[in-house]
Design a protein around this ligand. Structure first.
Ligand SMILES: NC(=O)C1=CN([C@@H]2O[C@H](COP(=O)(O)OP(=O)(O)OC[C@H]3O[C@@H](n4cnc5c(N)ncnc54)[C@H](OP(=O)(O)O)[C@@H]3O)[C@@H](O)[C@H]2O)C=CC1
Ligand SMILES: O=C(O)[C@@H]1CCC=N1
Length: 326
């Protein structure tokens, strides 16, 4: 890369950093460039289905932006029930024009059920019971209801919506916004193969999608649902170390983030048919360190600090919290 290009890249990164400082949220920071990339000019989408969201906050909006950016869906196919005018404005900027009011208090659930066959529930787990109660009279055999709420079990969804309603439980994560999500899903008792295929197609259009037994969902939440936060902490800490060692902030952050992304890509690999071809991270780690070199000096520090145990305890704490929330 020429010095000119490197400078331009650094300026772009500084602008993004400034945006993040101004808006505070990692999702909001990532949303800005993604919004600029959404192309409303030509309808091009993969899933020919009307999709609605009850609650389009951090995760719901990331899904909507991801669906649009990845061409999974088109604004004309999407609708949402939101509470605040700020959310409605954000969605209309993306081209989503069918935006209804509060699902519980203002009839938004009925309007959304009339406009969408796939209904994502993107409210906080605590707010889910009253949303289920508001939605239940309006869902029928034509609907598939997909909850992304941490901890909330399929049995709770089925009890809240009524027997025979097709439901799915999904644990997505925010990198879906940039087509790099890692999601797992489980299906309710009334859902069939076509529902599984639809959920899989939606999620895999914005990243990786894995079907799991429902009993795995709390652990999934601990690894990948909450996981982006751990990765951001690691990137931030690596960048801090770089700054301490004398690098400019933007240089340190760019190097740290790309290093984590590149290392992850090497673990994931890719087979000839696009299937995953996992490589054990320990094998890759051993290729980085030279005898008596820099890497093993760093690794000794990390092991002395108990980093592995800390990550394991963190994932377990999140999984236990998810189970308790259910
Ligand atoms: N954030 C993440 O990384 C992940 C979150 N999840 C799950 O996603 C769900 C949402 O989390 P998150 O996006 O972080 O939370 P947010 O608070 O950002 O989003 C929830 C949204 O629901 C809206 N809402 C609440 N009640 C109603 C209602 N009655 N009618 C219409 N809209 C309503 C809120 O509106 P308003 O803004 O006006 O209050 C808000 O925008 C949670 O259940 C969480 O467990 C799952 C995986 C990852
Ligand atoms: O923190 C939470 O509860 C949600 C669920 C997974 C990520 N965020």
């Amino acid at each position: 890369m020429s010095l000119l290009k490197l400078t331009a890249a650094m300026e772009s990164l500084s602008a993004k950093l400034a945006f993040r400082q101004q808006h505070g949220s990692a999702v909001a920071a990532a949303a800005s460039p993604a919004e600029a990339l959404v192309d409303h000019a030509e309808p091009r989408y993969d899933i020919d289905e009307n999709i609605g969201f009850i609650g389009a906050g951090q995760m719901g909006e990331a899904m909507i932006r991801g669906f649009l950016e990845s061409g999974v869906s088109h604004p004309s196919r999407l609708s949402a029930s939101v509470r605040s005018s700020a959310r409605a404005t954000a969605l209309s900027r993306l081209g989503v024009t069918r935006v209804f009011q509060d699902a519980v208090k203002s009839g938004g659930a009925a309007a959304l059920a009339a406009s969408a066959r796939v209904i994502f529930l993107g409210v906080k787990p605590q707010g889910l019971p009253e949303v289920l109660a508001a939605l239940a009279p309006h869902v029928g055999p034509q609907h598939l209801v997909v909850s992304i709420a941490a901890g909330v079990r399929l049995a709770t969804l089925e009890a809240g919506l009524g027997a025979g309603v097709r439901v799915a439980r999904v644990m997505p994560n925010t990198p879906m916004l940039v087509g790099q999500g890692a999601s797992a899903y489980a299906l309710g008792s009334a859902a069939g193969e076509r529902d599984a295929a639809l959920v899989h197609a939606l999620l895999s259009g914005v990243g990786m999608a894995l079907h799991v037994d429902e009993r795995c969902m709390d652990a999934v939440t601990g690894v990948s649902g909450s996981g982006p936060a751990y990765a951001y902490m690691m990137i931030e800490a690596m960048a801090d170390g770089g700054v301490q060692a004398g690098l400019p902030r933007a240089t340190a952050l760019a190097l740290a983030a790309k290093t984590v992304a590149g290392a992850a890509a090497m673990v994931l690999g890719e087979g000839a048919d696009g299937a995953l071809d996992l490589t054990h991270p320990g094998v890759l780690k051993d290729r980085v360190g030279s005898p008596g070199g820099t890497t093993i000096a760093a690794i000794a520090e990390l092991e002395n600090s108990g980093v592995r145990g800390a990550f394991m305890r963190a994932v377990r704490a999140a999984a236990e919290r998810s189970a308790a929330m259910g």
